[in-house]
Design a binder for this molecule. Structure first.
Ligand SMILES: [Zn+2]
Length: 280
């Protein structure tokens, strides 16, 4: 459990209040239907308080919990329920290329750029599975075992060995998508291309396509499901980036588009429009 008392919650609330009040209001109005992750531009936090920005990256497990707590503490003019809202950061710098990731980055919140080589379809990942006894209809909670869930052998109500089915309605699930990020060709210097597996959840799924060049920001973790094999521990578990913020190429592209539009407008306002067009 994170000890919230040791975190600067007041500073975090103040940051939201000062810089994100309107966005937060909009977010709260659309929660949880339209959005579930409130993503902050990390460079803004750095300008507000660089120590807080740095420690958020070096101790993300504790600090993200703090940020999520702070999010719910902000007074908004409408009644809100942000119980499971997540907080993420994008635009984390300095960022790393996929092939620059080292053991020392484990557990840190980092920004990694690369090219999307593969994406899976979006699938629901079960969070709190509820099973229903086929004999008596009792609802039974299942034990979460990483990749798998386990059922008690006997139904606790009818006390017999029974069959179960998963409750489609009561079982909590979230959307999940896996993304493989590769080192950009110009960064790999001819060597074999490194890759990083990235997990995205909830409203962050479905935002990227294969071939996109982008930066994914999140916590670098060992893949827990990969670590335990029988009684042994895999000494080389896979690593995954638990992504909480995406900087897509499209954002840069949009800026470029806006510039072009301004340029076109400027030309259109000129008297020598015809000549400008001929010259362009
Ligand atoms: Zn039963």
């Amino acid at each position: 459990m994170t000890d919230l008392l040791k975190l600067p919650i007041d500073d975090m609330v103040e940051f939201f209040r000062r810089y994100h009040k309107e966005e937060l209001l909009e977010f709260a109005q659309g929660y949880p239907k339209d959005n579930t992750t409130f993503v902050i531009d990390w460079s803004e936090l750095f300008k507000y308080d660089n120590d807080l920005a740095d420690v958020t990256l070096s101790e993300p497990e504790r600090y993200i919990v703090g940020w999520e707590h702070a999010l719910r503490e902000v007074d908004l003019p409408i009644p809100t329920e942000l119980t499971n809202a997540r907080v993420g950061f994008r635009n984390v710098t300095p960022d790393l290329s996929v092939n620059e990731i080292r053991q020392g980055h484990m557990g840190e919140y980092i920004g990694v750029y690369g090219r999307v080589s593969e994406i899976t379809q979006v699938n629901p990942e079960v969070q709190n599975p509820i099973a229903i006894c086929k004999d008596c209809g009792a609802e039974v909670e299942m034990l979460d075992m990483g990749d798998e869930v386990q059922l008690p052998r006997d139904c606790p109500t009818c006390d017999e060995f029974v069959e179960y089915e998963l409750s489609d309605k009561k079982t909590e699930a979230r959307d999940k998508q896996l993304i493989e990020l590769n080192t950009l060709a110009e960064e790999s210097a001819g060597s074999e291309t490194d890759s990083l597996m990235v997990e995205v959840y909830d409203d962050l799924v479905g935002n990227v396509s294969a071939g996109d060049t982008l930066r994914m920001n999140g916590i670098l973790r060992y893949d827990a499901n990969d670590m335990v094999g029988g009684d042994s521990l895999d000494r080389m578990p896979d690593i995954v980036l638990d992504c909480l913020g995406i900087d897509s190429e499209n954002q840069t592209f949009d800026e470029f588009e806006a510039e072009r539009i301004d340029e076109i407008k400027e030309i259109a306002e000129r008297d020598d429009l015809f000549q400008a067009l001929v010259d362009s």
